[in-house]
Design a protein around this ligand. Sequence first.
Ligand SMILES: [Cu+2]
Length: 344
Amino acid sequence: MALRLAASTTAAVPHDSLRMLHDRAMANPMAARGGQTALARTAVQCMFMLPSQSDKSWAAGARVRYDDWPATHINQTRFIHNTGNFLTYHRYLTWTYERALREACGYNGTQPYWKWFKYQADPTKNPLMDGSDTSMGGNGAYVEHNGTLAAGIVYLPSGPGGGCIERGPFANLTVNLGPINPAMRGMPAGVPDGTNTHNPRCLRRDLSTHASAPWHTYANLLNVTTGGPVVSSDVSVFQTELQGRPPDTGFRVCTQAATTPSAATTRTNFSSAVDPLFWFHHAMGLHPGPVARGVMGTRLARDASLSYTQRSDVLEMGATGQSRVLEDLLDTMGGTPACYIYEY
Ligand SMILES: [Cu+2]
């Protein structure tokens, strides 16, 4: 597996050292707590100024500390999407990112989440991404394109953006990694699969309603949490519903991150994390995670060999944090990192 990081040994983390996180609550979205998002934005900008810590043997293009997260996500993409470890991996990766905001950049809050159930009709009005000084930057400049074939099968028409971010704190931000297999028609091919080739360019976005309006609904939230005995009791069905049942239903947590409201830079799972909105989105997307206490799925997406995810599998985290055994992270309400209570 050439893409895989070098195997790492995982030392046990003392249980008690993690307890401090138990009552850490993900903050309300920007609309309710603008101050917290503004502080988070300042910390993110700090992450773009510190040097990368990733090993250049697999993350040659990583330049700044922020890049270490998309670099790891790119390197691991084939092992963490449509797989049995999907929820646990993304939950832990989001936590390591939040921890870096706090420990390296002086942030004293938690990763705010993007509440999907507001502004679905017009994401450009969401204070989180409306281009105001306290937002995470606005939409991209309008660039006419032919839309996106998300996940290779879900067609999303062109939205009102598509180009470089025009307004707000991240206007003209340079990102260094990706795109890989960009689904947005007309986008250059980008860099080879799974590689972290240096490819500096502006951060592009296309905030549109084509996926948010039909999919970001309370009906879908209920479907994956309390809806129907099958969905809420079977981890396999739950995961499938959460990640989206192509072509038209479900939350589409990760492909949605890569396709729907943002990340026109990528329009692909691989490098969706180059956009800082990725973390706000995942903080929301992992909300129903505690429903899933089991592990079911394969180690690779649509793996014909049916090599199944094991609880003893190691989650490879690169320079973002300590690699951990999956089983040690499963208790989302107990003594593991990423134990959150959501405030509404
Ligand atoms: Cu992902």
